[in-house]
Design a protein around this ligand. Structure first.
Ligand code: SF4
Ligand code: SF4
Length: 85
């Protein structure tokens, strides 16, 4: 990785991205988040459950939400290092 891309990675603000129609509303990510920056959305998704949503600030990029989610495409964290990378 070049110095420029290392700098870009360092300057990225981590943010969980939730694909709400893949979310089954189990709440594991909400329980796992050490910063308590995830919550249930007030509206239902296509699966008729309340999906998780990010409150918009405070994520530290720990990836606990990602690793605790049972659905492969429901949540990922941008700007955070993945295990093994
Ligand atoms: S990456 Fe960590 S701090 Fe950010 S939303 Fe997920 S569990 Fe919370
Ligand atoms: S752990 Fe995954 S499926 Fe469960 S509420 Fe969070 S994003 Fe949705």
């Amino acid at each position: 990785m070049s110095q420029a891309s290392l700098e870009a990675e360092k300057n990225t603000v981590p943010e969980p991205i939730i694909n709400e129609d893949h979310c089954k509303g189990c709440g594991r990510c909400i329980a796992a988040c050490p910063r308590k920056v995830l919550r249930f959305k007030s509206t239902l998704n296509l699966r008729s459950v309340r999906p998780a949503e990010y409150i918009g600030t405070g994520c530290i990029g720990c990836n606990f939400c990602f690793y605790n989610c049972p659905e492969p495409f429901a949540i990922e964290v941008y700007g955070a290092a993945k295990k093994g990378s």
